[in-house]
Design a protein around this ligand. Structure first.
Ligand SMILES: C[S@@+](CC[C@H](N)C(=O)[O-])C[C@H]1O[C@@H](n2cnc3c(N)ncnc32)[C@H](O)[C@@H]1O
Length: 272
């Protein structure tokens, strides 16, 4: 029985023999062996609303430049990191709490021929194992809603960014004060869900030392995306295909939370 919040979060995302599962799903889709273009993986390796499109928008907002170094906080299956390395030609370091996700990130990055531009390590976003002023850029998508201590999270990111570094965030926040419906993809219930209000999030970023904080609301476009997704034929490459069918029900709740205004989705750029 998991006890600490960290263990409960790992339990929420845990899938046994995940690399084997990913290999099976790729085989079924005719992508069993050899080099795999990173973009073929996008339907199953971007673990956030609006997938690759959202990662592209975030990279544009961040103004990523070739050769920069970027820390992806809560890097998941490594899809956003592969996109950034392949298209923006940067080196990405990913850190994630879930050991199986690190294994899958390494496996898929190797298959995509991008292993040399990417480093993934297991660790906690509230205790970043990096020296001060290591990275030009930092990035996080759909992670802070699992993190209780936002001060530690944002202070850590601020610390490891170089002077004038920039931080890109794409996260769910609280909406209209109606209760959030569970399960969601990030939590079976309220016990490991720490969704901020916009005010609290901005305050925590400012308190950590970020100077300018600009926010774009992505709620409406995300709700439309969910509606469009529902009308699509099933894709053999999908997150539920590898993480399990329960994810489908949790994603449906995420869509309902967005459509009913219980949750909003925001993109934030914060400057050190
Ligand atoms: C919904 S997934 C998003 C993954 C990835 N950012 C993406 O968009 O594809 C949330 C991720 O946050 C990670 N996570 C949650 N709490 C964390 C923590 N305290 N430190 C590091 N990673 C954490 C989970 O393991 C999971 O991979």
């Amino acid at each position: 029985m998991p006890n600490s919040i960290s263990q409960q979060i790992q339990e929420n995302y845990r899938v046994d023999a995940l690399v084997d599962r990913v290999q099976q799903v790729l085989e079924q889709a005719g992508l069993g062996s050899g080099r795999l273009p990173w973009s073929d993986l996008a339907p199953l390796d971007q673990f956030h609303v609006r997938g690759l499109e959202a990662s592209k928008e975030l990279a544009d907002a961040l103004n990523v430049k070739e050769g920069q170094s970027l820390l992806d906080v809560g890097s998941g299956l490594g899809g956003p990191a592969r996109y950034l390395a392949a298209v923006h030609r940067i080196h990405v370091t990913g850190i994630d709490l879930t050991p199986a996700f690190i294994e899958v990130s390494n496996y898929l990055s190797h298959r995509a021929g991008l292993g040399h531009k990417l480093t993934f390590r297991q660790g906690d976003a509230t205790d970043l194992p990096f020296a001060d002023e290591t990275f030009d850029l930092a990035w996080t998508q759909h992670v802070a809603m699992n993190i209780q201590d936002k001060a530690k999270l944002y202070q850590g990111v601020h610390r490891v960014l170089k002077t004038n570094g920039r931080f890109a965030i794409y996260d769910p926040i609280k909406g209209n004060n109606q209760p959030i419906l569970y399960p969601t993809p990030w939590a079976p219930d309220e016990s490991i869900s720490f969704v901020s209000t916009e005010e609290d999030m901005k305050e925590a970023l400012a308190a950590a030392g970020f100077k300018t904080i600009s926010l774009v609301d992505k709620t409406a476009v995300s709700a439309e995306w969910f509606q469009h997704q529902r009308a699509q034929p099933p894709n053999p490459l999908s997150l539920p295909a590898i993480l399990g069918p329960e994810l489908g029900a949790a994603v449906a709740n995420f869509a309902r939370n967005l459509m009913e205004g219980r949750v909003r989705l925001v993109q934030i750029i914060a400057d050190k």
